[in-house]
Design a protein around this ligand. Structure first.
Ligand code: PLP
Length: 389
């Protein structure tokens, strides 16, 4: 392990040197089954041949052109991504590099939309308590978890939090005189894989429509097919005004996007926003493979089925350490009656990579390409590990 990195992460003691499919290998040649995909990023596993080829072919052509121009590959990717989100009403996008950057873009769109239509003072963005929207100063301001706010103030003004599922609080807070946007994760990721209540979201969408407040879905963790529909909000049959994406978007190459529907697609104009690497050709080439692979009915149904299988197997254990099991598709949270981190350490020793989401919740975000045999193997390891706690 190197100590030149700033001490920002609580890391497990392993150094990876190779990957193939659902497996990673460390420097000593030990193999690990990957149930985390680098936190929902490597959605097609490691070394997926069409992805490797697309990146290599694009690298041989050109790595980058600046946004003075367009490139064939980023045009093809952008059009396909917008088409993949057209069912949710998306019409245009801005390409960037990460989730936080995508959410920054969403906040800018909401504020400018409101300013141009209603004048100053209507700039508040409302998010949920327990939400996670990123680590920049503004996306931390949008993140409704106090523990992330310690030490970094002052924050960007104009963010308010509401308790999840509390319709009265939402009604009070979504004030049409001061609020520009409501930003929400369809399934909260970092705080424990907590799906939103469908009735709550329906009312939220109605309030937003009636009060001309932009409804913005942060699909950074739950989008790109992870829950068995291309966007998680499709399962709620909602048409947001803005959607943000990142993580799995280019199968491991950094990429993010903010998409907008009819109301907001024209808000950002020349000079309003930019990003040097946004729409990078390597990311676009990789993203095209992700879209072509993931966005078919059979593939998406496979993601959903694998998720059901994982949940059913764990439920059938009736394990004394296992509590609530939540999530959809391959985005699963399992509450355990033990601290999660020692379980992650013990699983690592046994060759299984797990994630946590909160102090006592295990989080599974395996690659979509994981086989049933690999799922069974990983769950068998997990069961053995939990028996020791
Ligand atoms: C829902 C959600 N929004 C935003 C982010 C921030 O994304 P990034 O780390 O790419 O900036 C994350 C990252 O975990 C996330 O899960």
């Amino acid at each position: 392990m190197s100590d030149v990195f700033m001490n920002t992460y609580h890391r497990l003691p392993v150094v990876f040197t190779e990957g193939e499919g659902s497996w990673l290998k460390d420097a000593r040649g030990k193999r690990y089954l990957d149930f985390g995909s680098g936190i929902a990023v490597n959605c097609l596993g490691h070394g997926y041949p069409p992805l490797v080829k697309a990146i290599a072919d694009q690298a041989a052509r050109f790595n980058h052109v600046c946004n003075y121009y367009q490139s064939d590959v980023s045009m093809a990717f952008a059009e396909k991504l917008v088409a993949a989100c057209a069912g949710a009403g998306m019409e245009k996008l801005f390409l960037c590099n990460s989730g936080a950057e995508a959410n920054e873009g969403a906040c800018k769109i909401a504020r400018k939309y409101s300013l141009k239509k209603y004048g100053p003072g209507r700039h508040t963005i409302v998010t949920l308590e327990g939400s996670f929207h990123g680590r920049t100063i503004t996306t931390l301001s949008a993140t409704g978890q106090e523990k992330f706010h310690v030490d970094f103030g002052p924050f960007t003004e104009g963010f308010l939090f509401v308790p999840p599922r509390d319709i009265a609080a939402l009604d009070r807070t979504l004030d049409e005189k001061s609020v520009a946007g409501f930003l929400v994760e369809a399934i909260q990721g970092e705080s424990g894989i907590i799906p939103q209540d469908a009735a709550y979201l329906e009312v939220a969408a109605k309030f937003c429509a009636e009060r001309d407040i932009l409804l913005m879905f942060d699909e950074i963790q739950c989008g790109i097919g992870r829950t068995g529909t291309f966007l998680a909000c499709e399962a709620y049959k909602l048409r947001p005004d803005v959607v943000t994406l990142a993580k799995g978007m280019a199968g491991g190459v950094p990429a993010g996007a903010v998409l907008a529907g009819e109301k907001a697609a024209g808000v950002l104009q020349s000079g309003d926003h930019g990003s040097t690497f946004g729409g990078n050709p390597l990311a676009a080439a990789a993203g095209l493979v992700v879209l072509d692979t993931v966005n078919t009915p059979d593939f998406l149904a496979g993601i959903f089925r694998k998720g059901e299988r994982i949940r059913a197997v764990i439920r059938d254990w009736n394990h004394p350490r296992v509590g609530a099991i939540r999530g959809r598709g391959l985005m699963i949270g399992v509450d355990i009656d033990a601290e999660a981190w020692p379980v992650l350490e013990a699983a690592l020793e046994e060759g299984l990579l797990l994630l946590s989401a909160g102090p006592k919740t295990l989080r599974f975000l395996p690659p979509y390409t994981i086989s049933d045999g690999e799922i069974d193997l990983g769950l068998e390891i997990l069961r053995r590990v939990l028996d020791r706690f």
